[in-house]
Design a protein around this ligand. Structure first.
Ligand SMILES: *Cc1c(COP(=O)(O)O)cnc(C)c1O
Length: 393
């Protein structure tokens, strides 16, 4: 039975729908609208939309549906709603669940735009936000109250690689009746454990490991059908957050190779972290699979691997960091990650530039911090490039 298929089989076959032409590769239904055989059929579709029936691409589309079914099968989720970007998924999940007067507890070490949605958007609509150190279970316990409606966190934080004890936080939230929304980008859909730990909604930017080749923006919200086809779909389909059918096709086809890619990138990341640890030009090398990572045991228990991204902190702050970045030949300077091309990012001056210095320091965005995203190049070439870059400082 297809429910028992292993990951790679699901990633190639799940969700496929074949048209009357019998195409081998899944088709792109690049259409906004759908037509009806009769006025009666149109009326009936609007009354009660059946399984695999469509009325408008903002509500759903066969190619988008194939992608949603494939990623839901991978995650073991009952359902999924695909969105225009990762931020459309984060914003959609939170806006769908919350109302004025609600209280939200979130980890502090977040992607810049996630912080904006919480601190600026939700706060503007009267949602009270409490930020905590995600690694500190006592802080979660103290912050979650009987009127807390939702808990938000990045299971592994971008870019500081803090690992959260997901099962423990879900238990604390559920004990007070709060729903848990997990941004799971760094854990990747391949090593995902969020639903198993009790998360109510899992959110991905599919711009990252799902596309994996730097082409299309996308996102997805996954979870129980009553939440996905209830408040999440209602909010997203009426406010314009849906994924384009073309992007859904790119994501769908990319999933066929995702397991191979993410495993290869993770193996490279580990080799790189091991090669760099202890280098005299570095203050630290952070990677959850290194025994020196403060939450190594938790990361291994939850994710079982370190993922595709590591960080290094170069001695000499911003000047040394820039010298290093500019000396690299294979690595590309970009603010994206999880691409086939290896990428280096200086968060303090790019993705997290907006934050005041005190807030950067609080979440560990130091002037020498560099995020290293491992691509699909040969790992010995990549390591040689990094070592030559460090020599140039
Ligand atoms: C990239 C990213 C997002 C936003 O995704 P987009 O597709 O760029 O909108 C949200 N959360 C995390 C952790 C990310 O890395």
């Amino acid at each position: 039975m297809s429910e028992n298929w292993n990951i790679r089989t699901k990633l190639v076959h799940k969700g496929s729908r074949r048209s009357q032409y019998g195409e081998l590769s899944e088709a792109i239904f690049l259409t906004q609208g759908f037509v009806y055989d009769s006025a009666e059929q149109a009326e009936k579709r609007f009354q009660d939309l059946g399984e695999d029936e469509y009325i408008y691409a903002r509500y759903g589309n066969p190619t988008t549906r194939m992608f949603e079914d494939r990623i839901a099968a991978l995650e073991g989720a009952e359902d999924a709603f695909a969105t225009a970007s990762g931020m459309a998924a984060v914003n959609g999940a939170l806006m769908a669940l919350l109302k004025a007067g609600d209280h939200v507890v979130s980890s502090r070490a977040l992607f810049g735009s996630c912080l904006y949605v919480l601190e600026d958007v939700l706060a503007r609509f009267g949602v009270e936000i409490t930020l905590v150190d995600g690694r500190d279970l006592a802080a979660w316990e103290a912050a979650i109250r009987p009127d807390t409606a939702a808990v938000f966190l990045e299971s592994v934080s971008n870019p500081t690689l803090e690992v959260i004890d997901l099962k423990a936080v879900c238990d604390l939230a559920h004990a007070q009746g709060a729903l848990v929304v997990v941004d799971n980008v760094f854990a990747t859909p391949i090593y995902s454990y969020a639903l198993k730990c009790g998360a109510d909604l899992v959110v991905y930017s599919t711009t990252k490991h799902v596309d994996g080749q730097g082409r299309c923006l996308g996102g997805v919200v996954l979870g129980k059908r009553e939440l996905i086809r209830g408040p999440v779909e209602a909010y997203l389909k009426h406010t314009g957050g849906a994924m384009s059918p073309f992007n859904a096709w790119v994501m769908l086809k990319s999933m066929e190779t995702m397991d191979l890619r993410v495993r290869a990138q993770s193996a490279t990341a580990l080799a790189m972290a091991e090669a760099l640890e202890g280098h005299p030009a570095l203050n630290t090398v952070a990677y959850p699979q290194l025994p020196s990572h403060p939450q190594h045991d938790l990361a291994m228990q939850q994710m079982g691997i370190g993922g595709t991204v590591l960080t290094i902190d170069v001695k000499g702050g911003k000047d040394a960091a820039f010298k290093f970045l500019n000396a690299l030949e294979i690595f590309t300077i970009s603010n994206n990650f999880a691409d086939a091309k290896s990428i280096v990012t200086h968060p303090a001056t790019t993705t997290h530039q907006r934050l005041p210095d005190a807030q950067k320091a609080e979440i560990g965005i130091t002037p020498g911090l560099i995020r290293v995203s491992c691509g699909l190049e040969d790992s010995t070439d990549l390591i040689a490039d990094l070592l030559a870059g460090l020599d140039s400082i």
